[in-house]
Design a protein around this ligand. Structure first.
Ligand SMILES: Cc1cc2nc3c(=O)[nH]c(=O)nc-3n(C[C@H](O)[C@H](O)[C@H](O)COP(=O)(O)OP(=O)(O)OC[C@H]3O[C@@H](n4cnc5c(N)ncnc54)[C@H](O)[C@@H]3O)c2cc1C
Length: 428
């Protein structure tokens, strides 16, 4: 793939996203274009040759797989230029295709490569074009020296309930700086990131309407990594608390700028129109990408179990010749394909700026996450005792899959969002 310069890539991605709505109807097809197939095969090759062979080692080490990230950066798969090219696809399908292939290789390493996009998505959705150009390339570093970025929203007492965020941002007029204080929990790449995007409250009384997003630039004083989390799965991906102790950032680090923030706060204080709809739309747009990661894990487990079932002989014949096993595999294939279709539909809707009438983004993430947990458990069952050991990859895949019913909105929260969207009722 040909690399673009950072500046050009940022500008082209912005332009392409702006144009997407008008082009969209003509280009969407379930038959992938040559470009999409080329990118899929290219990522698949990397996942097969580089990611998979490294998966067991980095899961056991529970460390960020920097050598693999460097390999990805070297070939242009990790970096803003690559991401911009995936984003520029006007059908919206390239992002889920890339994620599915990468996470088919391994989810822990996949998250180490894709975790940065959480911060990038926040900069993209809240930042000005100038902020995008300044910060996004820094999130990734360079091909020779890649960096990662972190998005810090969750706190010990604010997970599903984002309105409970206690981290504060106070403006110090004399220094023209914002001062951040608080504790963030569960941040992917937290503390090891070059750029942290932090959600903080500028007015606690307004709940989530008093929140703003800040970039904490590289080397800022007052930001420190807290405890690193030891996890059930996704162990090659670094997750940690982040402490903000009088962390000072220049005023230009407020994403979207001061004028927009003041306008929004004034609207909220007067009880005028909420921007909740906009926030909801942002989630609907990002959730299919998360869903596609779960599809990748589920497909990996299904393929492994299918091959195993054809080879493993019991009672004088391959176990796949038992209906119980064959039907389980048939159900796995069907559910995985159904998940992918929901993911692609929502990805296309997001890119084409279609109205999300039934929270289709949430549907895709919910379905794919639950199918991944179920399918990986089925795969363990098909492998029997071997499936339960760390010598075979389906055990790791099952541990990795579980996070997809928890982060980026738990399954219960997705059901809440869908139920509210279809009923219009206030459901608690
Ligand atoms: C590996 C990992 C990586 C993560 N990465 C990040 C990151 O990069 N950045 C970040 O900001 N956060 C991150 N998170 C945090 C993640 O987003 C939260 O864990 C998630 O939002 C759930 O919040 P919680 O853990 O506090 O659970 P809680 O909100 O306490 O929920 C506990 C249970 O109660 C249920 N529940 C809560 N409210 C309701 C309700 N109204 N109705 C029905 N059920 C409800 C939930 O569904 C869940 O089953 C990460 C977490 C993990 C484990």
């Amino acid at each position: 793939m040909e690399a673009l310069s950072s500046q050009t890539a940022v500008e082209q991605a912005l332009g392409a996203v702006d144009d997407a709505g008008s082009e969209q109807d003509a280009v969407f097809s379930l038959e992938l274009s040559q470009d999409q197939r080329d990118i899929r095969d290219w990522v698949h090759g990397f996942a097969e040759q580089v990611v998979r062979p490294a998966a067991h080692e980095w899961d056991e080490r529970e460390e960020t797989p920097w050598p693999v990230i460097r390999e990805a950066a070297k070939i242009g798969l990790y970096g803003f230029e690559g991401l911009a090219q995936f984003w520029m696809d006007p059908t919206g399908l390239t992002m889920p295709i890339v994620n599915e292939e990468l996470f088919w290789g391994d989810a822990g390493i996949g998250m180490s490569i894709m975790g940065t996009t959480l911060a990038v998505a926040a900069i993209y959705s809240s930042g000005t074009p100038d902020q995008l150009v300044e910060w996004v390339p820094q999130c990734f570093g360079t091909a020779d020296e890649p960096k990662v970025a972190a998005f810090c929203s969750s706190e010990p007492d604010a997970g599903s309930d984002v309105s409970a965020i206690r981290t504060t941002a106070r403006y110090d007029e004399s220094a023209d700086e914002w001062v951040l204080n608080g504790q963030k929990a569960w941040a992917t790449n937290g503390g090891i990131a070059e750029v942290h995007v932090v959600i903080a409250s500028v007015d606690r009384e307004l709940g989530s309407r008093g929140h703003a997003a800040f970039v904490v630039p590289p080397g800022a004083n007052g930001l420190e990594q807290g405890a690193k989390v030891k996890k059930h799965g996704l162990r090659a991906s670094h997750t940690a608390d982040v402490h903000l102790d009088d962390c000072r950032v220049p005023s230009r680090c407020l994403l979207g700028g001061r004028e927009k923030l003041d306008e929004r706060l004034a609207r909220a204080r007067e009880g005028r129109g909420s921007r909740g709809q906009a926030a909801m739309k942002t989630f609907e747009v990002s959730r299919p990408t998360v869903g596609s990661q779960a599809v990748g894990i589920a497909r990996a487990a299904y393929e492994y179990a299918l091959d195993y079932a054809k080879e493993r002989v019991q009672f004088g014949r391959p176990i796949v010749e038992n209906q119980a096993i064959a039907f389980a595999l048939a159900d796995m294939k069907m559910e995985i394909d159904a998940s992918r279709l929901l993911v692609w539909r929502a990805a296309w809707m997001g890119r084409a700026e279609k109205e999300f009438e039934a929270a289709e983004g949430s549907m895709s993430k919910l379905k794919a996450g639950e199918v991944a947990v179920w399918a990986t458990e089925r795969a363990i069952q098909i492998l029997g005792g071997n499936g339960y050991t760390r010598e075979y990859p389906v055990e790791r895949m099952h541990r990795d899959a579980k996070i997809y019913t928890i982060f980026e909105g738990t399954s219960e929260i997705q059901r809440l969002v869908i139920a509210r969207a279809i009923s219009g009722a206030r459901i608690d």
